[in-house]
Design a protein around this ligand. Sequence first.
Ligand code: ADP
Ligand code: MG
Length: 211
Amino acid sequence: MTGVTPAQLRDWISRFGALIDEHQAELTELDSEIGDADHGANMARGMHAVVAALQSDPPETPAALGRSVGMTLVSTVGGASGPLYGTFFLRLGTAAGDATTLDAAALGAALRAGVDGIIARGKAAPGDKTMVDALVPAVDAWDAAAPGGDPVAAADAAVAAASAGRDATIPLVARKGRASYLGERSAGHLDPGAASATLLLEALRDAVAAS
Ligand code: ADP
Ligand code: MG
């Protein structure tokens, strides 16, 4: 069973950047409803810097990739989402250890470590109407599918779970982040971070399936 390679992980990141560009206006529109209308711009600024850093100095291991992406996001995105996504990648890189490729189970464990980092940093639980509502079901679905050994099947399951989790944020009342200032008025809107987190899983699925 071959593992996911550093080149595929770099492809993941560049596909995520492209999806963020494609959906930038939509992410900002979602954030204008329950936030401050900058989520699309925040993510686009961060991912442009990330993609430029990966091109100028391509990381050769999963650990180096996580470190590069994480540090760039933390240092270039001012909003709440920068440190949170940055922590995700930093933890993912640490969890990868000295592995050169990641099989389905190892990549699942790295994704889980990243999501646990977001939760440790942002203190959001599932149901608080944040990116965590897409990410936790996604890594749960990944882990359930990973024993089959096929990262494409695991990634497909993760995308389906992330999308369902994203859509399930609509009726929720926000309990974390800027949207929580709106209280009950935050209900009826899809969380922008749950939308970008679903793009993160879609990009991973596309990168893993492409090779
Ligand atoms: P800001 O809220 O600082 O303007 P962004 O607009 O870029 O930052 O990101 C907003 C998104 O960040 C929200 O939609 C939500 O998903 C996510 N978010 C905010 N606070 C938290 C938190 N404490 N834990 C997890 N996710 C959070
Ligand atoms: Mg915002």
